[in-house]
Design a protein around this ligand. Structure first.
Ligand code: TYC
Length: 113
């Protein structure tokens, strides 16, 4: 059978297609997480800190007592890791609660690497 140029496909059996389709990765960067830190001070009563950890961080009494002691001994501890919005809310709740009870307890947040 006769083959004219206009009948030829651009691929043939002895000229395999070597092109590569590169799949681009969809950029769905997950949002950063934030550590909520509790700081030690000399005046806030231990029982108050334990109560804060139970109330705002859903810890059992035993967990709360252990974390409170860690802060007391080491000066600081991470009490939870959250999205930016939730971390901000937790910090606000703790700071507000401490202020209303006239305790100098400090709570801050820090971006996780
Ligand atoms: N250091 C405080 C005391 O001896 C107790 C304390 C613990 C205060 C943890 C703050 O985040 C804190 N009464």
């Amino acid at each position: 059978m006769l083959e004219y140029p206009w009948m030829m496909s651009d691929k043939s059996d002895d000229d395999p297609d070597t092109s590569v389709l590169v799949q681009t990765r969809p950029k769905t960067k997950r949002p950063p997480l934030y550590k909520v830190l509790l700081l030690n001070d000399d005046y806030t009563p231990m029982e108050f800190v334990v109560h804060v950890l139970e109330r705002f961080f859903s810890m059992t009494h035993a967990q709360a007592f252990e974390i409170m002691l860690t802060v007391h001994k080491k000066g600081v501890a991470v009490v939870g890791v959250f999205s930016h919005e939730i971390a901000e809310t937790k910090v606000g709740q703790v700071m507000d609660f401490a202020r209303r009870h006239q305790h100098p307890l400090q709570c801050t947040m820090e971006r996780e690497e």
